[in-house]
Design a protein around this ligand. Structure first.
Ligand code: MTE
Length: 294
């Protein structure tokens, strides 16, 4: 006999999950006209580049460490807790959050704070409707995200190189923005482990470190949540981390970027404000001093 959700989850949680999943029909009926314009028509990087040049410090600090060690991660079964200031807290499978028939392709630029960039054809679902189905309470102002903590699957968590688990956060309006997705795959396939299987955040107008991988918890909070890089180096990495060619990192310029795979002689290309997504997101930061709120 196959175990069902009701066998492994307390009744209240199962009921709230059922209400959550039944909200999906409404979401699928939503118009998707505007979405096509979210994808860039720039040429995507190759699958090999996207899966062999990674930052995933749970597997080591080298760019090739994730490809080498991420086979230790077991992305199935997987549960994502949604909790905090929500009406329907619960534990959800990846299929609950991103049913296969609702997943869409988003070809996004990814700009790492280190000064390199790629173009990645993600598969995923917008985060906003997921939060709406969970029922955001009026007091919620931020969304906190947490990566799996399991040193047996993520060997560098046995070291104290960073505070584990990796955590990130967004303001609620950033999390609700239609560009913000939970990605479950790329190039039409399930998410490779080194890219954050089975489910990760992608926020294309922010430096790559905001796009937290292998998420096990999403919490709605009133207070701005801590983030791993702010904890490590608050003078260098802010909460917002919007891609901004005019605000340099204290140790290097952010005016240009190196596109991975462009070739030895391609040279660096100019970095765009909000990574080229300004028309969609600049209004979120109206009146803010982006040099102070970096
Ligand atoms: N998420 C976790 N849990 N651990 C990490 O080390 N690195 C971040 C981000 N998400 C990281 C993470 C950084 S610095 C970048 S640039 C992107 O993942 C890289 O994503 P990619 O390897 O899929 O290109």
């Amino acid at each position: 006999m196959k175990l069902g959700w009701s066998d492994v989850t307390p009744k209240a949680m199962w009921l709230s999950r059922r209400a959550f999943v039944s909200g999906l029909g409404a979401m699928m009926a939503a118009p998707s006209l505007a979405r096509a314009s979210f994808s860039t028509d720039e040429a995507p990087n190759s699958f090999e580049e996207i899966t062999n040049y990674n930052n995933f410090y749970e597997f080591g600090f080298g760019k090739e460490d994730p490809a080498r060690y991420a086979h230790m991660l077991r992305p199935e079964p997987w549960a994502v807790a949604i909790d905090g200031l929500v009406e329907r807290p619960g534990s959800y499978s990846v299929a609950d959050l991103a049913p296969e028939n609702t997943v869409e392709e988003r070809i996004y630029r990814l700009r790492c704070v280190e000064g390199w960039s790629m173009v990645i054809p993600w598969l995923g679902v917008p985060l906003g409707p997921i939060l709406e189905r969970a029922g955001v309470q009026p007091g919620a102002r931020y969304v906190a995200f947490e990566t799996l903590l399991d040193p047996d699957q993520m060997p560098a968590q046995k070291t104290r190189s960073m505070p584990w688990p990796y955590v990130e956060g967004l303001r609620l309006d950033e999390a609700m923005h239609p560009l913000t997705i939970l990605a479950t795959g790329l190039y039409g396939e399930a998410m490779p482990n080194q890219n954050g299987a089975p489910i990760r955040l992608v926020v294309p107008w922010k430096y790559g470190f905001k796009s937290i991988k292998s998420i096990v918890r999403i919490s709605l909070t009133e207070e701005q949540p801590p983030t791993t890089w702010q904890r490590l180096q608050p003078q260098e990495y802010g909460f917002y981390a919007n891609v901004n060619p005019d605000v340099d990192h204290p140790r290097w310029s952010q005016a240009t970027e190196r596109r991975i795979g462009a070739g030895l002689f391609a040279g660096r290309q100019p970095t765009e404000m909000f990574n080229g997504y300004a028309e969609h997101v600049a209004h979120l930061y109206a009146g803010m001093d982006l040099a102070r709120d970096y």
